[in-house]
Design a protein around this ligand. Structure first.
Ligand code: ATP
Length: 327
């Protein structure tokens, strides 16, 4: 990130880094709009949120490189206000779905629509106003906490900033910092923990008040208290907002309206937690899924169940405790 503050000529490289990692891309996109890979159509209209911001992937295929397809015929809908979770092994295509929904790239075939409007036909600026991103790793400005939260809506009053911080479960923590909301953070200021930074990002996104949320859950292990605070604040954030979450810890998505299990660019299983878990258990009983081992049969059925079994083993090894009951 130090590069961020260095004088220019690194656009290309940095733009690719943001595309890849979803780090603070909103900030970067504001700064470097002219360097984006995708251009607005000449007759592009502003995106209108008419029905709460429902998202549809209609038979989307995508290749970064024509020799290798990264996504194959992806079909799903997130009804307005609902939550869909993406899970699956590394390289399965989860982040690619985010990148396409944020229109870092255009689909190779098929279409993505928000409230029925094809992303390619709306202005990027209007579309991104309606999407809030909580990345895995939030990079803060070398500025005060207040400034960093207010970035979500520069017109917000101090009272609104504080209300967002309370809703994001970070207000009390901020009050313990040397200068409260005026405390400088970032590379040259107070260093915040991953969990604190994520809650700042949540507060910022609450202030932005978008209809759609893209949440890339942090992979790092958090202590139980921080985990609970983050889960509570995420619940507030995603309530009544269309939410797409990349989940790394399975326990966080048991309440999702729909879970999509992705593998090698395909959705190999879909359903609610209890549906997927039960299906996997049935397969396991029939001897089709190896407990904690292989990812099920060729079709990918049973992947979700295997992931639970594996995570349960890892958790119990780490904590020396019992395997969680996912059912
Ligand atoms: P992870 O959980 O590790 O983040 P993921 O499920 O998000 O993985 P993606 O990052 O979407 O997976 O990657 C899907 C596929 O696309 C992978 O095979 C990856 O190597 C490829 N890929 C990702 N980004 C690029 C890129 N910029 N250029 C070429 N191929 C890419």
């Amino acid at each position: 990130l130090l590069q961020l503050y260095q004088p220019l000529n690194w656009f290309g490289t940095y733009y690719r880094v943001i595309q890849q990692n979803f780090i603070d891309m909103e900030k970067m996109l504001d700064l470097f709009e002219e360097h984006q890979a995708v251009q607005d159509a000449p007759d592009a209209k502003d995106l209108l949120i008419k029905e709460g911001g429902g998202v549809t992937f209609d038979d989307v295929s995508f290749a970064y490189d024509p020799r290798q397809t990264a996504l194959h015929n992806i079909k799903f809908t997130i009804p307005a206000g609902k939550t869909v979770a993406l899970v699956g092994p590394s390289g399965g295509g989860k982040s690619t779905i985010f990148r396409l929904l944020f229109r870092f790239y255009d689909v190779t075939s098929g279409s993505i629509k928000i409230d029925g409007q094809d992303l390619r036909k709306v202005t990027q600026r209007s579309m991104r106003q309606h999407i809030g991103v909580v990345p895995q790793d939030t990079v803060l400005f070398n500025e005060t906490i207040k400034y960093n939260i207010r970035y979500g809506n520069v017109n917000a009053s101090d009272a609104e900033v504080e209300a967002a911080a309370r809703a994001a479960q970070i207000h009390d923590r901020i009050l313990t910092f040397p200068d409260g909301y005026e405390t400088k953070v970032g590379e040259r200021g107070l260093r915040l923990s991953g969990g604190e930074k994520q809650r700042i990002a949540i507060a910022r996104t609450l202030l932005k008040n978008p209809s759609i949320i893209l949440l890339d859950e942090a992979t790092s292990a958090l202590d139980n208290t921080t985990e609970r605070l983050i889960q509570d604040s995420l619940k507030t954030l995603s309530a009544n907002r269309t939410t797409l979450v990349i989940a790394h810890r399975l326990s966080t998505i048991v309440d999702a309206d729909l879970i999509l299990v992705m593998k090698e660019g395909r959705i190999v299983e879909r359903g609610t937690h209890s549906e997927l878990f039960k299906r996997g258990e049935d397969l396991f009983r029939k001897g089709v899924v190896a407990d904690g081992g292989a990812d099920g049969v060729g079709s990918g059925e049973g992947t979700y169940y295997s992931m639970w079994m594996r995570q349960g083993e890892e958790d119990s090894k780490r904590r020396g405790s019992v395997v969680p009951n996912g059912g």
